[in-house]
Design a protein around this ligand. Structure first.
Ligand code: AMP
Length: 222
């Protein structure tokens, strides 16, 4: 299975990705996770990307494309499935991804577009907490950890993303509308777009997704 998860911040891409990854054992490539991991290092790249992320802006295309290109060239075997989460984020990246696919002789099965309403997005983002050690995602009311601020999976400390504040979320929403939403058209023309209701509970969405897979022969797990 080779898919892209698309949607505004807080649409539930990361939560759905956990379930898909668990069931289908495919590689989950989240550019946001990769960048956050990089930010924890004291590297020149960390310094470069920090200000973009904390301002809710997109990291420059050449930085992000280098990361994704390396993943496809080094980490993904030709017959292995993958799930891209947070990439592509604009038309230039979508075109670059097609070039990477051409080079690595692969192609996309589908783009899962998660639409979500603003009140749901704001509630999800304001309560989101992440484990510093393993990256597991919790929510203060929707999915609270058993012990406050401690990860259920690895006992690591939970933190709130520096870009999960109201002001930065507004900027990220604007970036989504201006830069990311236009690629819906790009994938619509390729007849690859599946749109689902991101306000819906993740488990229900996952079950609907699995059912759609069974009905659509294009998608096959490797
Ligand atoms: P995410 O975890 O997907 O919400 O991404 C967090 C932040 O990382 C975004 O607001 C951007 O600053 C940056 N980022 C993640 N993916 C990309 C991408 N494909 N292109 C540019 N910036 C990105």
């Amino acid at each position: 299975m080779k898919i892209v998860l698309l949607g505004p911040p807080g649409a539930g891409k990361g939560s759905l990705a956990v379930l898909i990854k668990e069931r289908f054992k495919i590689l989950h490539i989240s550019t946001g996770d990769i960048l956050r991991e990089e930010m924890r290092k004291d590297s020149p790249l960390a310094k470069e990307i920090k200000s973009y992320i904390e301002n809710g802006a997109l990291v420059p295309d050449e930085v992000i494309t280098r990361i994704v290109d390396q993943k496809f060239t080094n980490d993904i075997k030709p017959d292995q499935g993958f799930m891209l989460d947070g990439y592509p984020r604009n038309t230039a990246q979508a075109q670059e991804l097609d070039r990477i696919f051409e080079k690595t002789k692969t192609s996309l099965d589908c783009v899962l577009n998660m639409e979500a309403s603003l009140p749901v997005i704001l509630k999800r983002i304001s309560g989101r907490r992440i484990c510093k050690k393993c990256g597991a995602v919790f929510h203060v009311t929707n999915k609270p950890p058993k012990v406050k601020d401690v990860c259920d999976v690895c006992d690591g400390p939970l933190y709130q993303r520096s870009d999960d504040n109201e002001e930065t979320v507004k900027k990220r929403m604007n970036v989504y509308t201006e830069s990311t939403a236009p690629i819906l058209d790009y994938y619509g023309k390729q007849k690859k777009l599946w749109t689902v209701d991101g306000d819906e509970d993740t488990q229900i969405l996952f079950e609907q997704f699995v059912q759609s897979l069974n009905e659509d022969k294009r998608l096959h797990s490797h």
